[in-house]
Design a protein around this ligand. Structure first.
Ligand code: AMP
Length: 278
């Protein structure tokens, strides 16, 4: 596995590369969710292709007062996991941004609700860093998790609208046995909070049950989700929404292609998840 830490070295590497390349962008603290993405990347790259993983805790996507400083950065363990997973290139840039940078990429429709409404500037930071990674590593394809449903939609839109010649591959969410979606932020949870964190999945599956049983009122469904979440003493709802799977508009009445998306604080830790309802 080759490790590159400078943007110029990345550009030299891609000029000399003559294989198909598939990129998995991450912020590190790798877990089985990331490993699934790496596995899917290998399937798409082929055995002789390049699987590239980027690890960069992107300051631009953390709003002021959030967890940028304390975000876990277990570099040696991440490098070992990448090596063992058969990654060909680990890109861990140390010089990503110019101090006087003045160009950003902003998606203006899909980013406006859900996490975008709660985290101003977040998707501008995501789009800007992903566009930079695409330019630096020029992958043929890139793999993203459905765990970050809005992010995947926003990236697909950026690629479409700006004509990046890159295939975007979505991968279903990897969960613990009790339904909790794997996340680097789960390690912030103490034992009691970890138990309570199952409330996100329990709320979503309750809503799916009601939807499968014929409940079409989104207000009723969201109230049911909030009722489940209220049963966990350390849980505080950031948002619960039922949206169209493609344009992410909020629905009033359930119809095909609906997704429930939620963000819930468990203590100080903000967790997000989503589930297809129809
Ligand atoms: P992150 O390091 O949290 O920025 O995530 C990097 C990529 O891994 C994103 O495309 C995420 O959607 C994806 N990802 C994170 N957690 C999971 C999970 N539990 N299952 C599948 N993909 C995930």
């Amino acid at each position: 596995m080759r490790v590159i830490e400078a943007t110029e070295a990345a550009q030299t590497h891609v000029r000399e590369r003559d294989t198909k390349s598939v990129l998995v962008p991450t912020m590190g603290a790798l877990h089985r969710g990331h490993l699934k993405l790496i596995h899917v990347a290998r399937e798409h790259a082929g055995k002789d292709g390049e699987v590239a993983v980027s690890i960069f805790v992107n300051p631009l996507q953390f709003e002021p007062g959030s967890d940028f400083e304390k975000y876990p950065r277990p570099e040696a363990a991440d490098e070992k996991l990448c090596e063992e997973a058969g990654v060909n290139l680990l890109f861990r840039p140390r010089d990503m941004y110019f101090d006087d940078r003045s160009v950003y990429i902003e998606e203006t429709s899909l980013s406006s609700g859900l996490c975008g409404a709660m985290r101003p500037g977040h998707f501008r930071g995501v789009c800007t860093v992903v566009a930079k990674l695409f330019n630096l590593l020029t992958p043929d394809a890139a793999v993203f998790g459905e765990k970050d449903y809005q992010q995947l939609a926003v990236i697909r839109r950026m690629v479409r609208d700006l004509n990046f010649p890159i295939e975007i591959i979505g991968v279903p969410t990897v969960r613990e046995a009790d339904g909790l979606a794997l996340s680097s932020r789960n390690q912030y949870l103490n034992a009691d909070e970890r138990t309570q964190a199952t409330v996100l999945y329990r709320a979503m599956t309750r809503v799916k049950e009601l939807a499968d049983g014929g409940q079409k009122s989104v207000r009723e469904l969201i109230d049911a989700a909030k009722g489940v979440i209220a049963s966990a003493k350390s849980a505080r709802v950031d948002y619960v929404a039922i949206v169209d799977a493609v344009n992410l508009h909020s629905l009033e009445t359930l119809r095909p292609n609906a997704v429930i998306a939620l963000a819930v604080f468990i203590g100080k830790t903000r967790l997000i998840d989503n589930l297809r309802l129809t």
